[in-house]
Design a protein around this ligand. Structure first.
Ligand SMILES: [Zn+2]
Length: 336
């Protein structure tokens, strides 16, 4: 079905109220299902260098789930998988990845306004040392650069990126990000420092305030948003040795435990099925975790592997598209 036609049908179903009726019916027929929403950044205005969901759109989505679904907490998800406690009809769980500052300053007030619990998965290094996620560092370097061209060798290949205008910089950002994601940590850091050598280092002011502080994490927890681990440095787990993977998991667990956050849920960086392995799951389980979230698209039920929970990518969806995404995912799960 072409997108314009589908959007037209969705808008029609939404304005007639049929979409809400279909959602209610699907929820009734999909008892014991758990829909998990995945967010990263919440932003106040569009910025081509930083992806995220607009605050207004996030507010609309949260108001809708507060009114038409049943938002659940981390503990309810744990009780469902480990004590067979039923979830309410239309159970939905709100998750945030990475631990950027906006989870506290922008998302939390919305969650509190509607009484919605959630969880944030934080990257230890960037949070602990008031640093940057490497993707944000790259974005800022390109955004503030005055160079017109970047020449760089990555993994034995020579690349040339035009930085002549904002569109070129954004194109370079996405291309470099996808190349660097495939490298191991040491190689990636080497490339980043070469890029920053050419483009000019970021000032201390430009680098600071991007990630959650320990105090902000405490406030999130008080607002019923659990704080959980997303590794130390955000590597792709399937690409690192078992010893390094164990260190990444245990170090981030210890960092958050020492701050007083009980660690029961984990989230794989990047999270697609090729980004973690059976061995990764074993390492996470042996570190004491009971649940692990992927970025594999879908809705969960009692048969879903608790170390491979599915989520829905809903950033950037208009309210009708959001409703229809949740409906389609629920129906798909019900059919399996
Ligand atoms: Zn992440």
């Amino acid at each position: 079905m072409n997108t314009r036609f589908r959007n037209g049908i969705t808008a029609l179903l939404n304005s007639s109220g049929m979409l809400d009726v279909c959602v209610a019916l699907a929820q009734k027929h999909s008892k014991r299902s758990l829909t998990v929403l995945m967010y990263h950044r919440v932003i106040t205005k569009p910025d081509p260098f930083f992806d995220g969901i607009l605050l207004q759109q996030f507010d609309q989505q949260m108001r809708y789930i507060a009114e038409h679904w049943h938002p659940v907490s981390e503990q309810q998800v744990l009780d469902f998988y480990y004590d067979s406690k039923p979830l309410p009809e239309g159970a939905v769980f709100v998750t945030f990845d990475d631990g950027t500052e906006d989870t506290y300053s922008l998302a939390l007030p919305v969650l509190e306004k509607y009484g919605i619990p959630g969880i944030v998965f934080v990257c230890q290094e960037a949070c602990q040392f008031d640093g940057l996620l490497w993707t944000d560092e790259l974005a800022l370097l390109l955004k503030h650069s005055n160079l017109s061209v970047l020449d760089i060798a990555i993994g034995g290949e020579q690349y040339r990126f035009s930085l002549a205008n904002e569109a070129d910089k954004v194109e370079a950002l996405w291309a470099i990000k996808s190349i660097l994601k495939q490298l191991d940590n040491a190689e990636r850091l080497g490339c980043l420092s070469e890029i920053s050598r050419q483009l000019g280092e970021l000032s201390a002011d430009q680098r600071t305030g991007y990630m959650l502080t320990a105090e902000q994490m405490q406030r999130l927890q008080q607002g019923r948003v659990s704080v959980a681990a997303h590794t130390r440095s955000h590597p792709i787990m399937s690409q690192i040795d078992a010893d390094v993977a164990r260190y990444e998991v245990e170090s981030s667990r210890d960092y958050l435990s020492d701050l007083g956050f009980v660690q029961q849920s984990f989230c794989y960086p990047n999270g697609r099925s090729q980004d973690f392995t059976q061995e990764t799951k074993t390492i996470v389980r042996n570190a004491g975790y009971k649940l692990a979230y992927s970025t594999i698209e879908g809705v969960n039920n009692e048969n879903t592997d608790p170390f491979e929970l599915r989520r829905l990518h809903v950033s950037g969806l208009s309210l009708p598209a959001f409703k229809s995404c949740l409906l389609r995912s629920l129906i798909k799960r019900g059919l399996k």
